[in-house]
Structure formats: C-alpha cells, structure tokens
Design a protein around this ligand. Structure first.
Ligand code: GLN
Length: 190
C-alpha cells in the first residue's frame, strides 16, 4: 500500500519508519496533490494547533477533510487524534480540526505532573507498552465509535469506520501492533 504521512510538523518520520517496517511504501505529504493515489493517511503526533495552522497555510485543510469524508483510512496519534476529533475540550480559542471521528477529546488531559508517562495497556487483545506525551484522552464517544483501549477510566484508542485514533505514540516504540491493526484490519477491507 501507498501510505501518506502528513509531514508539516511532529513525528512524521517515526510513522514513516513504522509504515515502512510494516512493508508499505510510505511517503511524506505536504501538498494536496500528494494526497492523490494514497491508500491510507497518517496524522502524526506533534502540536495540533501548529499542524492545523500549517494545513490551512499549505491549502491542505479542505483537501484532507475531503479525503476523510470520502472514506480514506486515516490514523491519528496524539495530536493526530485531536485533529480527527469532531469536538475538542481545552483547545485554543477557535481551534479547528479536520474532524470525522464522532468523539470529544480533552487536550493535554492527563495533567501537568504526568505530562509524559508510559503505561502497559491492552490493545486488540494483546498487551502494549504505550508512551503518552501531553496526551489527550477521549471524553465522549458517539454511538458508532468502538473503544479499543483504555487507561484507567478513559478511552485512549478508538475506531469509527475507517478512522483510527490513539492518545499515545506507537511510532515512538518498536511495537507495530497499532500500525498493523490499522493496515490489516482497517485498510485491507477497502
Ligand atoms: N498536546 C499536543 C496537542 O495539543 C499533543 C501532544 C502530542 O502529540 N504528543 O497537539
């Protein structure tokens, strides 16, 4: 598969590595023309306010909303989860998202003293070591959203149709389980 990784800011290189290790052709996306011909898109971790601002400046905002609406499989980690969410709590004034995923996310949810932490979670029936960095959690999910993983009370991995989002950063570990789930369970069925 040809996998585009939005490469405006954040840890897109790590997602390129993970997608490549899963056996796919991964490419950086910085302009709208690079969205054509991809089979899947990844929105990396980083800073959601910066990424959305750059997406608007690079004329990528509407084109990305459009590929999401057209059913392209999209996976967002951390900031990428925020970018896929229909609703944000704790965003900056007027913070926009691409949306598509019927969830409310709370930005920087885990609080200052635990800005960054690691935790063992269950994901898709297996244990997974997860890295959280100023991570959001999912505060509310719509009816067609499936919760794939929780940390304490909070959903930290969710799927709705072709959209997958995690609060944590599997791209920063060597565990490819989340990427494989995205490629094998979500992208393949298309
Ligand atoms: N707190 C960041 C944001 O709001 C997300 C952090 C991350 O991607 N590690 O975009």
């Amino acid at each position: 598969m040809k996998v585009g990784v939005l490469a405006l800011q954040g840890d897109f290189r790590e997602h390129i590595r993970a997608a490549t290790e899963c056996g796919h052709l991964a490419m950086e996306v910085r302009r709208a023309s690079e969205l054509s011909g991809i089979d899947a898109l990844i929105l990396p971790g980083g800073e959601s306010t910066t990424i959305i601002h750059l997406a608007q400046s690079f004329d990528l905002y509407e084109p990305i909303k459009e590929v999401i609406a057209n059913g392209l499989p999209v996976y967002g980690s951390c900031a990428g989860m925020i970018l896929l969410a229909d609703r944000i709590v704790g965003g900056i004034a007027g913070q926009k998202t691409f949306g598509g995923l019927d969830i409310t996310v709370r930005r920087n949810a885990f609080g200052r003293q635990v800005d960054s932490f690691e935790s063992d979670l269950e994901f898709n029936g297996a244990s997974l070591h997860a890295v959280f960095i100023r991570a959001p959690w999912v505060e509310e999910v719509g009816k067609s959203v499936q919760v794939l993983s929780t940390a304490g009370e909070h959903a930290v991995a969710v799927r709705e149709g072709n959209l997958l989002a995690t609060s944590f950063h599997p791209e920063l570990t060597h565990d490819l389980a989340v990427h494989r789930y995205f490629f094998d369970e979500i992208c393949k069925g298309r």
